[in-house]
Design a protein around this ligand. Structure first.
Ligand SMILES: Nc1ncnc2c1ncn2[C@@H]1O[C@H](COP(=O)(O)OP(=O)(O)O)[C@@H](O)[C@H]1O
Ligand SMILES: [Mg+2]
Length: 240
């Protein structure tokens, strides 16, 4: 079964698209990657999304960007299928995480009710309409509603891809915000340990953008960092 996955993470760098072939089901699924691409957001769009995340935009901008990103996500699905030489008609399903613009897993009290919330945009109806492919989305709200932290799928996927009978494994995913999954040797999904660890590349991106006055968006390959000297005391404190 051919499936396209679409996501843009907290660093709002662009749309990651994977075309995979899935066989088997549940924890015994076999996943074969047929094509992967990141389609970078234009710089002005990235800035607008950051303004939205910072709470500086009108709801009309959120409404507009929701549909605009839906178009871009749909286009990205076409492009990755083309790259893989697969016809869109062969793709049975699109899973779209969307673009998180707000994530508030800590409860806020509202007249005696604890409200935890999350909001992703990139309208799934637009993706479905443009591609003609059944599109599933809104994974994070479903997980928050069910009492989770709103990141339901990553540990599950890490388990399918990396669990082993004799080796324990630690998967670290450094994006804008970093998360990790600990897979104990020979154990099932109930023994998974998974959580966000805090900022990943987000702070580095921010510093590089300030330092370069907006000319560079990231420290590519860690080149700038490698020019510096280790501050032994700070290093010990951070590692301690
Ligand atoms: N070659 C690279 N060198 C350094 N940092 C990189 C490189 N490629 C991507 N990044 C950084 O990785 C982050 C994007 O990774 P990604 O997994 O897409 O995260 P997210 O899911 O938060 O968008 C950005 O912070 C970007 O600046
Ligand atoms: Mg990204």
């Amino acid at each position: 079964m051919k499936v396209i996955g679409l996501i843009s993470g907290t660093s709002t760098d662009g749309i990651d698209v994977a075309l995979v072939d899935i066989s088997g089901k549940g924890l015994d699924s076999q996943i074969k990657l047929l094509a992967f691409e990141t389609y970078a957001y234009p710089e002005d769009l990235r800035r607008r999304l950051m303004e939205v995340g910072a709470g500086n935009s009108h709801v009309s901008e959120v409404c507009h960007l929701n549909f605009y990103l839906g178009e871009l996500f749909g286009r990205a699905a076409f492009q990755v299928a083309k790259k893989a030489g697969v016809s869109v008609a062969e793709v049975e399903l699109i899973g779209s995480h969307g673009q998180t613009i707000m994530h508030r897993p800590q409860p806020v009290h509202e007249r005696g009710v604890k409200i935890r919330s999350t909001l992703q945009i990139a309208e799934p109806s637009v993706i479905a309409e443009r591609t003609g492919i059944t599109t599933v989305a809104d994974f994070r709200p479903r997980d928050i509603a069910a009492g989770g932290e709103g990141a339901p799928l990553t540990p599950y996927l890490h388990y399918i891809l990396f669990h082993d009978q004799s080796k324990s494994r630690l998967v670290v995913n450094i994006g804008g915000i970093s998360n990790m999954t600990y897979l104990r040797a020979g154990k099932g999904t109930k023994d998974l340990l998974a959580f966000d660890t805090g900022p990943g590349n987000m702070l580095i991106d921010g510093m590089v953008q300030m330092w370069s006055r907006g000319k560079q968006q990231m420290d590519k390959g860690g080149k700038l960092a490698a020019l510096g000297k280790v501050h032994p005391k700070l290093f010990r404190d951070l590692m301690g």
